[in-house]
Design a protein around this ligand. Structure first.
Ligand code: NBP
Length: 482
């Protein structure tokens, strides 16, 4: 009997996905560049299963049922192109290559188009959930050649995470690089969620002087509220974890955050598309700032250490912080969905935002109860342009406003950096202001560069230039927007 699917790449993700597929009754053929890893896998975790090995790409291709489905779980970038180049001469028309790595979506756009010319279908799929997700049910976000989806769907939906209603956290996202785009936004949102939690931690630790056990209890309680999520849950575990000397391990970890690029890509795309994705972008910059450790140590010595004491009833502050965190999180998701909407319009992907929320509901790092409410919001209005306008989320934003402002103001007053919570509030203030000071900005542009402006008392699209000093000419610049 031939194999149902081949997987190339036997590192943590590949091995665990294969074992997951095997558990669901699929016969998997496993290959890896370094052949010894195939043997190690077959004699180790795969021992006693139906998984078979292939020591060359030809052997892999020969062992697969038609149309062949070959999933790459290798390092993103050139390695994926190199495997595609080697596979194509061995494949038949109608065969399917799947890239399950963290690929930047323009690469997927390019690969779908290039392989289409050769009659090969290509799927670029986000896979989230790390090692445990891959093994027992990840969130899977596939996009690419739609003709390939019916062949891959049963396998992917079987191995994916399920919601409490047993719905698979995997569905077709859209054409071309849509799957990898949605995975990129997922990762950007993950950056935002993590940064917000760290800001709450710093406020509690430095501002309120709380112990780690106290903070752990707060996160345990928060996890019983609308903030219920995987990241809040693991934060409570981390805060309670003691090193061998009985002290909290988290305080012994160097405060410089790493990043692998997906948050940065999300920010770059937001700038390219003109979407104010402020919270995620601030979260990426917060990681960049954290990495300037030596400079920060010098600067603290130069400026003096801040005494960031927050006075007042601790319980009142903790509840205010919870509300600020929840409201900021709504803004982060609202901005992320604005970005997806713009990308969907620009690329003709026709994204289903309720389905995206459903795919993130289980298996992935940002899984949370909250995503069910997002799904409901898009069920009510599939074209919702701002998540905060949905009645459920609008209610939370309004109820949290006073506490959110207090936390933001206090953090500024005592010098606790909270870039994401404060920028989220500033965004909402801007978004809900019908008249912003951009009129003055347009006047400045026209003053120094004859960039022209539109008038509130004239039809849109009519442009005016004023000779502000009486010295300039009357020639205006062209009125394009980049
Ligand atoms: P890695 O990203 O560490 O990749 C390891 C695999 O890539 C091995 O099979 C390795 O082969 C192969 N490889 C490398 Br590295 N360089 C190669 C080359 N020049 N030619 C051929 N093969 C090469 O594995 P991973 O952490 O399992 O992740 C796989 C993909 O899934 C990545 O794109 C990753 O970003 C993504 N992802 C990872 C996670 C996670 O939590 N780790 C979560 C979600 C998505 P070798 O054994 O011969 O060196």
């Amino acid at each position: 009997m031939k194999g149902d699917i081949g997987v190339i790449g036997l590192a943590v993700m590949g091995q665990n996905l294969i074992l997951n597929m095997n558990d669901h009754g699929y016969k998997v053929v496993a290959h890896n560049r370094t052949a010894e890893k195939v043997d190690e896998f077959l004699q180790g975790p795969a021992k006693g299963t139906n998984i078979v090995g292939a020591y060359s790409l030809q052997e892999l291709v020969d062992k697969l049922e038609s149309p062949r489905k070959i999933m790459l779980m290798v390092r993103a970038g050139d390695v994926v192109d190199s495997f595609i180049d080697k596979l194509v001469p061995l494949l038949d028309k109608g065969d399917i290559i799947i890239d399950g790595g963290n690929t930047n979506f323009p690469d997927t756009n390019r690969r779908v188009a290039a392989l289409k010319e050769k009659g090969i279908h290509f799927i670029g799929s986000g896979v989230s959930g790390g090692e445990e997700g891959a093994r027992f049910g990840p969130s899977i976000m596939p996009g690419g050649s739609p003709e390939a989806w019916p062949f891959v769907k049963p396998i992917f939906q079987a191995i994916s995470a399920k919601t409490e209603n047993d719905e698979p956290c995997c569905d077709w996202v859209g054409n071309d690089g849509a799957g990898h785009f949605v995975k990129m936004v997922h990762n950007g949102i993950e950056y935002g969620d993590m940064q917000l939690i760290t800001e709450a931690y710093q406020f509690m630790k430095d501002g309120l002087g709380m112990t780690h056990d106290e903070m752990q209890s707060v996160f345990i309680e928060w996890n019983k509220t609308e903030l219920n999520s995987y990241l809040v849950e693991i934060t409570s575990d981390i805060l309670g974890y003691k090193d061998t000397d009985g002290e909290p391990l988290v305080e012994k970890i160097l405060d410089t955050a790493g990043q692998k690029g997906t948050g940065k890509w999300t920010g770059i795309n937001a700038l390219d598309m003109g979407i104010p994705l402020t919270l995620i972008t601030e979260s990426v910059f917060a990681r960049c700032l954290s990495s300037l450790k030596d400079q920060r140590v010098e600067a603290e010595a130069l400026f003096g250490k801040k005494e960031s004491i927050v006075e007042g009833d601790k319980q009142v502050w903790i509840e205010a912080l919870r509300q600020a965190l929840l409201a900021s999180k709504i803004i982060s998701y609202a901005q992320g969905f604005m970005l997806m909407r713009e990308a969907s319009n620009e690329n003709g992907w026709d994204l289903n935002y309720g389905n995206v929320a459903l795919m993130w509901r289980g298996g992935c790092i940002i899984r949370s109860a909250f995503l069910s409410n997002i799904r409901d919001a898009y069920d009510i209005d599939p074209e919702l342009s701002f998540l905060g306008s949905d009645s459920y989320f609008k209610g939370i934003l309004e109820n949290s406003m006073s506490a959110w402002r207090k936390v933001a103001a206090k953090s500024m007053e005592v010098g606790i950096p909270m870039p994401s919570m404060t920028s989220a509030l500033t965004f909402l203030d801007g978004y809900t202001t019908a008249r912003l000071p951009a009129n003055l900005l347009q006047a400045q542009r026209d003053y120094f560069g004859a960039h022209t402006y539109e008038r509130v008392d004239k039809p849109k699209g009519e442009f005016f230039h004023t000779n502000w000093t009486g010295k300039g000419g009357d020639v205006s610049s062209t009125t394009y927007n980049s």
